[in-house]
Write a protein that binds this ligand. Sequence first.
Ligand code: NDP
Length: 250
Amino acid sequence: TDVSLEGQTAVITGASAGIGEACAAALAHEKVNLILCARREEKIRNLARQLEETYGVSVRPVVLDVRDRKAVKEFASQLSSEGLGIDILVNNAGLARGKDPLQSADMDDWDEMIDTNVKGLLYMTRGIAPLMLESSSAPLIINIGSIAGMQAYEGGGVYCATKAAVGMISDGLRIDTVSSAMRVCNIRPGLAETEFSLVRFHGDNDKAQKVYQDLEPLYAGDIADAVRYVCTRPSHVQISQLTIMPTRQA
Ligand code: NDP
């Protein structure tokens, strides 16, 4: 049975679109107060207003670039000085860039992926985990990895490496916090239709439609469902990894 999350507080990164936005709605539905982080201010502001009105929870939009180590540190200090308890952190902000082979790829793309998917996730974890350990009786960190972290594909080596890193960081954190109440989960989705898909198909909507003809992708809400499931387990139950695939993706 589900544990009630009412009155808990969650921080979600990359909450302005796709999976992060859907997670925000799913947790607001469970009466979780939210702190929504992303770079696009208007998007998170509107979402915050809408979720507050619909679910009667408190939602704070915070403009934050997870790659900005100093800004992340200041964000964590701000939360700490407010004495705000944090129960859930969803490290979701992430992106894929470029499709060229490694030997000719654009190194700026590598930097962007590594800085966001790996270093950004580490900065957030380093900033928020201590607060969570201090303030929550059932702290939970959910890292959004990918099936890409388990198998490389053409032109995807660096993205796959960042998602493999998310898996290892999750495992490492689980080990390092094992004597506490902290739970750590790595959720690995397969193909999901989000803004990310536009990048995947390089804005080629026809190509996207062709792929989706044979294969109904996951929707952001499907992954948010999994996040909701992981969050509502009793505090002695740790879902450590969860892979979610579209039915027709092998
Ligand atoms: P979207 O492109 O739809 O959303 C990405 C989100 O990340 C946006 O809210 C964006 O907000 C935010 N973001 C990007 N860079 C930063 C940054 N530097 N600081 C803060 N926020 C940032 O993608 P998805 O929802 O599809 O992706 C979410 C996660 O799921 C990613 O980690 C992705 O790798 C993973 N994933 C996606 C799959 C898919 O098929 N879609 C499959 C498997 C995993 P803003 O631009 O406002 O900052």
